[in-house]
Structure formats: structure tokens, C-alpha cells
Write a protein that binds this ligand. Structure first.
Ligand code: TYM
Length: 381
């Protein structure tokens, strides 16, 4: 597969993604059948995102599970850069994280990098990132995260707790490593050059607050991996366990061969889109279909490049037998793209109506989840 155009950094994902190549380039491990079996022992039936290899790669997941089996706990850590509305791609790692929280009964540290988005997006003010922090938190609460064990931490509200640890981390990373890992340029502002130390902090937060050495597992799409490469190098020097990761694939956009991205709003479905808007976007989507109905009936379509099929595979069709049938029906020409789009639009619509209801209910519950320095200080032992 040609991968020359593939770019995967925390701030840019472009081109056709070759996930095997990423495992090689980033030096991560594939999730093997043995590891899946080990997970199954604790979770029962495997989550859709594991069964379908949407979470496909890891670092030290086997190690963290081994410790867990020996009676030691771990915590979860993931996050969001609150730069706008949440799209359904963002929901993927969060849905999976919620599953892990439920099965392993762990605390989740959820970082809102309002500082990061302020620094990299010329159009964003701190007032706006604060607004999106709250709006995006509603999406998390709507997904059913446990109150009390889910701490949503906006960086600007947790700065006092984060700053000293960020200094410790930053002191061990020189500019040339930062440039190699994150692609900083002469024109990068100096805030963003320091910022990776802030995203590293929650990897050590539970250990820092409790004085125990508690490892952290980070579920996220693989674009966030550069942060963890840097953090894992620093961890032993600070005497903390290296953070473990489980890496997910990207939900593609509704266009051709790109990940779902907020910078292409017509090809992304936001959790705040009305069902009509979502339907319009889906009806205008790229597909793996043929130019005419006659050709498609005769030659079949290609679900392997089709966002409509991917959305069902990643999120909207839970039943494995059913998704298998859909694949076959696309291939054989039995299922036409118009009908397929309508069927997806219906599922998405149902999902949005329910999610938006839960999202509105969550407005009164923000205080149960959003934390600040004072709250974190109370956890310190
Ligand atoms: P952000 O806001 O860019 O993305 C939030 C989460 O969504 C994942 N993601 C996707 N997953 C599937 N399909 C997609 N199309 C897609 N696009 C984005 C991202 O991998 C991420 O997990 N710097 C971070 C915020 C952050 C964070 C963390 C993320 C702080 N600490 C720890 C993960 C883990 C950011 O801007 O994410």
C-alpha cells in the first residue's frame, strides 16, 4: 500500500493510513490473539472495538494486565482538546474507555487540553476553549462515565497541580527530541514547545497524589502516541512506571480516504448535528459504489473503501453476523448505496436523538465531573 502521503501527528492526520506501517514506525506492538484472550478473561465477551481490531496496537498492555492479575491496580487516562464540537470519531476511544472503566473498575483521569488548543489554533480564545470544555464534557457524561471515578481536568483549572510535575518532565526533554517527536518548526510558538510536558503529567498523577507507584493505561487513537513516546523515556528518570497504551484506528471522514476531522465539517458528523443535517451529510458521502445501478448490480461495490460500511463496522452495527452479511451484500451488488446510506442515516439519527437527550440532562451534572486544583489537592495523601 502506498504510504508516502501518510502523516500521523497529534496535530495532523493525513493520507491513507497503513496501520501495520505505523506499528513499525512508532515501535508499538500489535494486539495478538493471546493478548485478546487475556483481556477476555477479565471483561467477558470482547468489546466490538477489540473484536474488530479497531484497537489494534499497544505498549505494555500485557504487563499492566499481568500486574492486575497479581492484584495490583491501575488507572485510566485519556483526553480531549476542546477546540469545537465533538464528532463521532472522538467518541470511539471514549466508548471503549468507558467499557474499560466498567470492567476493571478503575479511576479515569480525563484531561481537557484547553491550553493546547488555545496555543495551536489562531482563532481560539481562552474563553472559547473554556466554553468547549464544558460542551465537550457533556458528551462524556452522556456516554455514562462513572461520577466520582471520572475526573475531567481542564489544564487551566489544574495548573497549580500540574505545573511542578510538568517542570520535572520538561527538564528531561531537550529541544531536538521535541522537534523530532512533534515536528516543531522555527515558527512554532514557545507555548506549544512546552505543552507536551503538560499532556504527560496525568500519566503520573495517581502515583504523584497517592505516593504509590500506580501504572496508567491510555486508550486513544494512535495520533496521540508521540506524547507517550516522550513520556515513557522520562518516566524511569522520575521513578514512575512507564504509561501503557492501547491505540485505536481513526474513524474515516464521509469523504474520500481521510480521517474524520473537525476541519472538514461537511464530512464529519458532530454529536450536536440535527438528524436532518447528519442525514444530508450521509446522503452526500463518498461510497465504494459503481457509477450506475446497473453496473453495481452486475459487478458489486467495494465496502473496503466505503465510509458508509466503515461507520456500521466501527460503531453502528453491533451484531457480527449482520455486519458480515452487509459486507457480502455490498460485494455482490445486492445492496445499493442509496439504500445503504438511508439505513445508516436511520441508525445515526436514532443515536443522535438519544445522545442529545442525555447530553442535555448532563448540564446539571457538570460539577460532579469537572475538577480543579482544590479537588486534586484533596486526593493527595
Ligand atoms: P483530540 O481532541 O484531537 O481528540 C480526542 C480523542 O479522539 C481521538 N480521535 C479519533 N478517534 C477515532 N477517530 C477519529 N477520526 C479521531 N479523531 C480524534 C484522539 O486520538 C483522542 O483520543 N491532545 C489531545 C487531548 C489529550 C489526550 C490525552 C488524548 C490530552 N491528554 C490523553 C488522549 C489521551 C487532543 O487534542 O485530542
Amino acid at each position: 500500500m502506498p504510504v508516502e502521503n501518510m502523516i500521523v501527528t497529534p496535530w495532523e492526520v493525513k493520507g491513507e493510513i497503513d496501520y501495520d506501517k505505523l506499528i513499525e514506525q512508532f515501535g508499538t506492538e500489535p494486539i495478538t490473539p493471546e493478548l485478546l484472550e487475556k483481556i477476555r478473561r477479565h471483561t467477558g465477551e470482547l468489546h466490538l472495538q477489540l473484536r474488530r481490531k479497531i484497537f489494534f496496537s499497544h505498549r505494555d498492555l500485557d504487563w499492566i494486565l499481568g500486574r492486575y492479575e497479581g492484584g495490583e491496580r491501575f488507572v485510566l487516562y485519556t483526553g480531549r482538546g476542546p477546540s469545537g464540537a465533538v464528532h463521532i470519531g472522538h467518541l470511539l476511544p471514549w466508548i471503549f474507555t468507558r467499557h474499560l472503566q466498567e470492567k476493571f473498575r478503575t479511576r479515569l483521569y480525563f484531561q481537557m487540553t484547553d491550553d493546547e488548543k488555545f496555543l495551536i489554533r489562531p482563532d481560539l480564545t481562552l474563553e472559547k476553549t473554556e466554553y468547549y470544555t464544558k460542551e465537550n464534557s457533556l458528551d462524556l457524561i452522556a456516554l455514562g462515565f462513572q461520577p466520582g471515578e471520572t475526573l475531567i481536568m481542564p489544564d487551566t483549572r489544574c495548573a497549580r497541580t500540574f505545573y511542578n510535575m510538568a517542570l520535572e518532565i520538561a527538564k528531561h526533554v531537550n529541544f531536538s527530541t521535541g522537534r523530532a517527536v512533534f515536528g516543531f518548526e522555527e515558527s512554532s510558538n514557545i507555548g506549544i514547545v512546552f505543552f507536551p510536558a503538560i499532556q504527560a503529567v496525568p500519566c503520573f498523577l495517581e502515583s504523584m497524589l497517592t505516593g504509590e507507584k500506580v501504572p496508567t493505561l491510555i486508550p486513544a487513537a494512535i495520533d496521540q502516541d508521540p506524547y507517550w513516546r516522550m513520556t515513557r523515556d522520562v518516566a524511569p528518570r522520575l521513578g514512575y512506571p512507564k504509561p501503557a497504551q492501547i491505540h485505536g484506528k481513526f474513524l474515516p471522514s464521509l469523504g474520500r480516504k481521510e480521517k474524520m476531522s473537525a476541519s472538514l465539517p461537511e464530512t464529519a458528523i458532530y454529536t450536536t448535528d440535527s438528524p436532518e443535517t447528519a442525514e444530508r451529510k450521509i446522503m452526500n458521502a463518498f461510497t465504494g459504489g459503481r457509477a450506475t445501478v446497473e453496473e453495481q448490480r452486475r459487478l458489486g461495490a467495494n465496502p473496503e473503501i466505503c465510509p458508509i460500511y466503515f461507520y456500521e463496522y466501527f460503531l453502528f452495527v453491533e451484531d457480527d453476523a449482520q455486519i458480515g452479511r452487509i459486507f457480502q451484500d455490498c460485494r455482490s451488488g445486492k445492496l445499493l448505496c442509496g439504500d445503504h446510506k438511508r439505513s445508516l442515516a436511520e441508525s445515526v439519527s436514532k443515536f443522535l436523538v438519544r445522545h442529545q437527550e442525555l447530553r442535555e440532562k448532563a448540564r446539571d451534572r457538570l460539577d460532579e465531573y469537572l475538577v480543579d486544583d482544590q479537588f486534586l489537592e484533596m486526593l493527595r495523601r
